[in-house]
Design a protein around this ligand. Structure first.
Ligand SMILES: [Zn+2]
Length: 122
């Protein structure tokens, strides 16, 4: 991986609260992800990524125990990532995403994703 950390940081700093999706799945994600997965937050932070500002998440319906499974959490990163890149923190896997909506970004970037994470529906 060859990441432009400063540029990635600037990108996340420029995203304001009002730019973010207001659906309950996204709000729950923003409220809980950092405290529920502090090690992931620290790793993303070292790459210049703000864990509370995902590009896209793929939540499933809450299960009978009130848990929501997010089967992919995707983040824009400036720089390059080799296809073989793989990282693991606990049970959570990281890779370069191959399927995601158009980012609309022209500068060299990729989309990093991790999965699965489980949060509380409340
Ligand atoms: Zn949303």
């Amino acid at each position: 991986m060859n990441i432009n950390i400063a540029k990635t940081k600037n990108y996340y700093n420029a995203i304001s609260e009002s730019d973010l999706c207001d659906c309950s799945y996204c709000r729950i994600f923003r409220q809980q992800i950092k405290s529920s997965y502090p090690n992931i937050s620290t790793y993303l932070d070292s790459l210049g990524i703000d864990i509370e500002k995902p590009f896209e998440t793929s939540p499933l319906e809450p299960d009978e125990n009130g848990k929501i499974l997010y089967c992919a959490c995707q983040y824009v990163v400036f720089g390059n990532c080799e296809r073989e890149y793989a990282h693991k923190i606990g049970e959570v896997s990281f890779r370069a995403a191959t399927s995601y909506p158009d980012t609309g970004i022209k500068d060299t970037h990729f989309v990093l994703e991790f999965f699965p994470v489980e949060l509380e529906f409340r």
